[in-house]
Design a protein around this ligand. Structure first.
Ligand code: ZN
Ligand code: ZN
Length: 156
């Protein structure tokens, strides 16, 4: 399989995914479809396409790089619990980006990478369930205490 076909396969698969996958995640999806493809090939192509502005690369210190098939300007929100990334519908605030970049002229900033942090709906629901469960446990503990207290009082 030639390089162009491989590249096309990588790009079309990435564009189908809205999860902003890592190279590993993309490899897992591509391998059954394109058995000849290697992780190295995927990685090289992703880096190259990101450098040419065909796709976007999301880099955050200490985390695996993620890739976005949608190169149009948009903001991201990352769930602090499960690390998933979501596109934000909010319009890109060019003035804010420029202002932030200009705050540190000594760094020669050419841009700003802004990312929202929050809790995604799935994790929020999980947290809510956990809290409900805890509340129930506390309630049961309190009941148990009341029972043992009344047992003491009646001398049993
Ligand atoms: Zn989450
Ligand atoms: Zn995105």
């Amino acid at each position: 399989m030639n390089k162009t076909v491989q590249r096309e396969a990588i790009l079309s698969e990435l564009r189908k995914m809205n999860t902003h996958p890592t190279a590993d995640e993309l490899y897992a999806v591509l391998r059954p479809k394109v058995p000849q493809i290697s992780l190295g090939t995927i990685y090289r192509n992703l880096e190259d396409m990101a450098n040419r502005g065909v796709i976007r690369k999301l880099e955050l210190t200490g985390r695996q790089k993620r890739f976005d098939g949608d190169a149009s300007p948009h903001y991201h929100a990352r769930c602090r619990e499960c690390d998933r990334i979501f596109n934000l519908a909010a319009p890109r605030l060019d003035e804010v980006d420029k202002l932030l970049a200009s705050l540190m002229p000594e760094l020669g900033c050419s841009g700003v990478y802004l990312e929202w942090s929050g809790l995604c709906p799935a994790c929020r629901e999980k947290e809510q369930q956990l809290q409900n469960q805890k509340a129930k446990e506390v309630e049961q503990d309190e009941k148990r205490e009341v029972v043992s207290l009344s047992a003491v009082r009646t001398g049993r």
